[in-house]
Design a protein around this ligand. Structure first.
Ligand code: AP5
Length: 218
């Protein structure tokens, strides 16, 4: 199971990735999470990436592709993986295909979460993230039991700096300009499966599970 989850910010890629990885026992590779971790740790990569992330712009292709190519060398990716938020430009997709080809591998399926703009904005503006374990909540859709406190580890919840309205507007524009062309790229390669990102978390999970069993991926 070598999957790519594609869709706009707020489509629910991260939320579904966590559930799918738990169900199917493959690692979740989120470039957003890797970059945020590098920012938090003050690594040179994080210092470079922060300026782009704060504005809602994409981090340069060569940096991100290098991170993913290195991560895919880890032994836990042998039985598959879910790429969440990568590739995000046609260049990243072309380079990923070339790198995988070198090792006789390829992507099996790209799940495109088609999501309306209103839903994406509502989800991003209500997202709250645990400072310690990184679990994602939503103030209305997926609220914690106690406001502002993580159910899993008791830490404080915060709003991602790039979830502020002005940055969200730019992220959606960047998605349309630079990432949406991947829909055509993966349609042409016959890998794209479209699902509705507007569905509730459990409903979408069921749709995805059925796609995997129908296509014998799981
Ligand atoms: P990244 O972290 O990848 O952000 P994103 O793609 O903008 O994705 P999000 O995390 O905002 O949305 P999501 O679809 O995962 O939704 P989620 O499940 O969290 O990237 C951040 C930045 O890093 C980028 O802007 C860029 O600078 C850089 N970067 C990363 N990858 C890069 C790359 N490849 N190239 C260059 N730069 C890169 O859900 C959102 C909210 O909705 C949550 O509150 C959740 O609880 C709720 N929710 C989820 N699903 C549902 C549902 N079905 N119903 C109701 N609520 C739901």
């Amino acid at each position: 199971m070598r999957l790519v989850l594609l869709g706009p910010p707020g489509a629910g890629k991260g939320t579904q990735s966590v559930e799918l990885c738990r169900e199917y026992g493959v690692p979740h590779i989120s470039t957003g999470d890797i970059l945020r971790e590098a920012v938090k740790s003050g690594l040179p990569l994080g210092i470079k990436a922060k300026a782009y992330m704060d504005k809602g712009d994409l981090v340069p292709d060569e940096i991100v592709t290098c991170i993913v190519v290195e991560r895919l060398k880890d032994p836990d990716t042998k039985k598959g993986y879910i790429l969440d938020g990568f590739p995000r430009t046609v260049k990243q997709a072309v380079d990923l295909d070339a790198e995988l080809k070198k090792i006789g591998s390829k992507i099996d399926m790209v799940l495109y979460f088609e999501t309306s703009v209103d839903v994406a904005i509502e989800r991003l503006s209500g997202r709250r993230v645990c400072k310690t374990c990184g679990f994602n909540y939503h103030v209305k859709n997926i609220p914690p039991k106690k406001e502002g406190v993580c159910d899993k580890c008791g830490s404080v919840l915060f709003q991602r700096p790039d979830d502020k309205p002005e940055t969200v507007r730019n992220r959606l524009k960047v998605y349309e300009d630079q990432t949406a062309p991947l829909i055509e790229y993966y349609t042409k390669s016959g890998l794209l499966k479209k699902v509705s990102g507007d569905l509730a978390v459990d409903e979408l999970f069921k749709v995805l599970s059925k796609i995997f069993s129908d296509s014998k991926l799981a």
